[in-house]
Design a protein around this ligand. Sequence first.
Ligand SMILES: [Zn+2]
Length: 238
Amino acid sequence: MIDYRVDILAFGAHPDDVECAAGGTLAAETRQGYQTAIVDLTRGELGSFGSPEIRNAEALKAQELLHVSFRENLGLPDGFIANNKENQLAVIRMIRKYRPTIVLANALHDRHPDHKQAAELVSSAAYLAGLRKIETVYENVTQQPHRPTAVYHYIQDLLTEPDIVMDISAAFDKKMQAIQAYGSQFLHNNDAAYNGSKALLKQIEATNSIFGRAIDVQYAEGFTVNRYIGTNNLLQLL
Ligand SMILES: [Zn+2]
């Protein structure tokens, strides 16, 4: 039987959200021996370039580059992610399957409306997954309740004040490779899309550089929290 337990489970509204905003964090943590998984909520079928099949192959390539143990897709409708009971149960099933200590989720306030919706959906589900009376079944087995210790929202398009910054300097190249694994989004010739994707890569580097500067490292990713971070050892937070 496969042991699906991971230390960090990252959810993304669209394939490549996790890579762009938290890919360095996953690469850095897997390098330190922690187990990670990614669950994409939609197949990004509203994206202007590439088909869902192509994006799926690209997502698997990016997963490999980051050494992420598991990746799957819930197939929710792109553009219309709702924080409703059905979707909460689908996310709860994933949280109870992977039993992470930390959940990563989209930004709570962002340019794309799906990001906020996904952020709220995952945040709600992370809490509800701990309630015994919500019963879920996965592969014919009743799942045990599990509440992650923390949910961190990765900062994406809108520059937001972070609560936590994570040094990704040693993993930055790996992160950029994983983003560029999405060739259908990034390898267009001298057209508007090409310029747009170049601008995105620049923006990601600039954002990671700004967050890095705050803690005197070259590159960092930023996260916000919706609930308090608890600890019994302040030194462990460093
Ligand atoms: Zn997105």
